[in-house]
Ligand binder design. Sequence first.
Ligand SMILES: O=C(O)CCC(=O)C(=O)O
Ligand SMILES: [Fe+2]
Length: 623
Amino acid sequence: SQINETDNCVNLYEQGVEAYLENRYVDCVSYFEKALEKYGIYKKKLQSCRLKCKYDAELSEPLYPVDIENLAFYEKAVKQTLCIIKCQDEHPEIFDNFHMNPEAQQLFEEKKPYEYLHICYYQTKDVMRAASSAFTYLVEHPDDKITQSNLKYYSTLEGVNMKEIENFEASDYVYLYVHGADAYERKEWQNVIENMEESLSAYLQTEEECRAQCEGPFDQGWYPDFIPSISNHFTFCLKCKQKCKEKLGSLNGEKHDDLLPSHYHYLQYAYFKMKDLQKACQAVASYLLFYPDDVTMLSNMKFYSRLPKVRDNFFRTKRGCYPLCPEGYLRKKDFKIYKRSIQKLQVTRGKLKELSILQEPMPNIHITMTERELQGSQRFVADNLASPKECRSVIEIAKLFAILGDGYEGKKSPHTIMEKFEGITLGRVLFLVYFRLLNSKYLDLYLKLTEEVRKTVMRYFKVKEELYFTYTHLVCRSALSDSPKNRTDLSHEIHADNCKLLKNGTCNKEPPSYTWRDYSAILYLNNDFDGGEFIFSSDSTAKHVESAVTPKCGRMVGFTSGKENLHGVKAVKEGARCAVAVWFTLDPKYADEDRALAYYVIENDINYHQFSSVNVSNLKNGP
Ligand SMILES: O=C(O)CCC(=O)C(=O)O
Ligand SMILES: [Fe+2]
């Protein structure tokens, strides 16, 4: 009889049983084969919808900014629900009119079809498949006496080669791991590496899927209250997820309770044999995350650390550090900030490929204006801090990634309502790089240019102590299209950078002013705009302008941050005026952590891998 393509896996299973009972073995084979195929597709899709929706919800912006009564959690759950519904609607051929009931699912999860299938294969003289099907069933039911004796019988038949017997339900990692372990016995180190790396990534993928599989329905059997209902279901789910490790630890029925960490054990040795010390050390660190007291691995670590080529940061895993993360290491808190910008960033991501960036040797920096020309104390202008190409590259970062008001506590127009301020802090540039949305060359350039600014300030003011960055901010100011062309307001009112200027001319050096700022500098990036001169003024209303600096690419103005240097910015009437403002402090307490972190991230080539754990191809770079 013919298979009806629209039948779902449960119908097909039932028809398979019926065919078996009526000794129609050819039909039996085709029904069960089709049932297994359909169940496989259904299960994969169900898991992938759940996983995709989980990550989507994770990245979405919360509707309500404050987490009252766990609102954020439920909001995420609602979003995930809508997403799952939509995902299933997109595959009517799989999900329409069909929701697997738990008993039916159980049949497939327990590999019941193979209990019939091996007999039907045998009856149709497909003896090798009969043997493999019996084996597949036994992996799940090792004590099943009948199937045991059947397999024993099949093994005696002509045409059955027990070496080629297959577990039809084995995940990819099982074979990869077995091959990797075989290669290890044969001392084929490159082969070990290839198989174990792939196995590792396949294992993690399977684990994700196994956990997603657990997020299914749960029959409470009664009508509990809201909270008990949630906690019952949650507990049910959690218990199920905890079993994944054990489930995955079965290699064709052979139990391994350390399958995941043991990948690193094999890898560490194979990397060592292939002279890849850095990866060997990473593998050691990864293994120790599972078993921190493992004597063998600790002594390996000791051995490696004594090798002259091995540096401390070799013992770093992709997901953490061993033994401890340096302070400020990017963790959960950073993830939140990432979430906020990801949507906008995804749009711009494509454009990045078109950008090219070249760092050029530093042109000759020289001082072009001093106290005399600038009509005041402790101030100067220098030129040639950046080349046109460098300026364009930095503006590019702003154009692609600046966020309205970033760096100004979210205010869009902090200084004048006639203009829009688009900013990007060093911290955000760092995130972009960390999350691989921006090439790290941009961060290099940004750090290099601002470092030149720092050196120039130190040289000019003959600063003898260490001068720390305290805040770095790239900002573009542009006139709003409906603002009048004859504006007389300032883009940035007259102020001092470390004290609050009052109308009567006194300047209060107390919070909320940034009292720790000692030196200020602004590096300009362009001049294709109208207005926007930087001015020094001796009063708070800009009646007595002492001097003006016209921005242009590579020009910087530097000054001490106190009341001796009141300054502001004239209205930007047309175009966008982009500049990097940098503030310095002598007080290490206020040193910008992002800066240290930026160097750390660049030096160690750290970026975010969590997301790709759905598809951990990045593990190619080592565990
Ligand atoms: O952009 C400028 O030229 C000056 C900005 C400034 O003074 C400030 O942000 O404190
Ligand atoms: Fe300022």
